[in-house]
Design a protein around this ligand. Structure first.
Ligand SMILES: [Zn+2]
Length: 158
């Protein structure tokens, strides 16, 4: 099997919402909280991940270690952050639930015929289950927020 050309990311604790969006867009994204910089950076080196950070200290260490990094020096909306990553050619903003990853844990999602839910089940819906944490997803009402954010990201520039 050919390996996926999609870049992998490691997002710092200040950018949790961005991490969830990258996962929804299908990018393998780690997100750390309360973890030492050194541990984050060695994982990035090991797994060839690009660091996305607002933490100056972390940015400096990544540069010293020659780890690819996108460093944001100020607070920005999630759509703006996404548009910046798009503008530098790192990501595309095409949402396709089939290739999404679990926004909670970064696990792969697979379609499931028999989701273990009893309330609000609709036969015509496609359900997805996270291979890692077992969370069930479907394309529902919360999609309008996701689509709006991605729509904004498409027209904004960094
Ligand atoms: Zn999961």
């Amino acid at each position: 099997m050919a390996s996926s050309p999609k870049p992998k990311f490691c997002v710092d604790a200040m950018l949790g919402k961005l991490a969830r969006y990258l996962r929804l867009l299908g990018y393998d994204t780690l997100y750390f909280k309360d973890v030492e910089d050194e541990e984050i950076l060695s994982k990035c080196l090991e797994e060839t991940r690009t660091v996305v950070s607002r933490d100056r200290g972390l940015c400096k260490k990544a540069i010293d270690l020659n780890i690819p990094i996108v460093c944001f020096n100020r607070s920005m909306s999630t759509s703006r952050l996404l548009s910046c990553l798009k503008d530098i050619g790192l990501i595309e903003l095409n949402f396709d639930p089939v290739s999404s990853r679990c926004p909670l844990c970064n696990g792969e999602l697979v379609p499931t015929q028999n989701p273990p839910i009893s309330y609000g089940y609709k036969k015509e819906r496609t359900y997805y289950v996270c291979k890692n944490c077992g969370m069930i997803y479907w394309v529902g009402r919360h999609m309008s927020t996701i689509k709006r954010t991605l729509g904004e990201a498409r027209v904004e520039s960094c």
